[in-house]
Design a protein around this ligand. Sequence first.
Ligand code: FES
Length: 170
Amino acid sequence: MSPNWTATSSLLGASPDEHPPPPRRVFLSRLVSLTTLAALGASALAGARLVLRYLYPRQGLSRRRRIFLAPRSELPPGATRSYTLPGGQSAIVRNTGTAWVALSDVCPHLGCKVRWDEAAGGFLCPCHAGLFSKEGKALRGPPADEGKDLRRYPVETIGDNIFIEIEEHL
Ligand code: FES
C-alpha cells in the first residue's frame, strides 16, 4: 500500500512540489557530495601512485663527487693506505707500481674487512680466506667461487694529487 501523499500534504497544508528544499539544504547537500567525490578521487590517486611506485620503483638520485686523497709523493709504489669516505665507508688505496687503485675494504662474500697481505701478494679476507688481487679481482675462496670482486672506485690524478670518485645518494 502506497502512502497517501495527498492526504499527508493536505495535513501539512501544501504539496512537496510547492515548497522546494531551502537553498541552504541544497547547498549543504551539494557540498557533502563534492567533498565525498574529492575524497574518493584523492584516495584513488594515492592508490594509483602506490601501485605505480611498486611497479616502477624510482631510482634514487645520486651525484658523483671527487675527493682529494693525498699528494702522489705520499703513496709511492707498494704503499697502501686506508681512507674513511664521507659516507662512512672505507677505501683501501694502493700504488700497484703502475697505477693507484682504490678498493672497498668490504668483502663481497659476507662483509668482513679485507686487508693487504704482503705474503699473499693480495687483499686477504680473514673470515673465509678469500683472496683478491691488488686490483681487487677475486682469486680464491668463496668470493672467487661466486665471481665477486672487491668494489673498485675510480681514481684520478690531477697534477701532483690523487683523487677518488665516489657516488653520493641524495
Ligand atoms: S666474508 Fe670474506 S671470504 Fe667470506
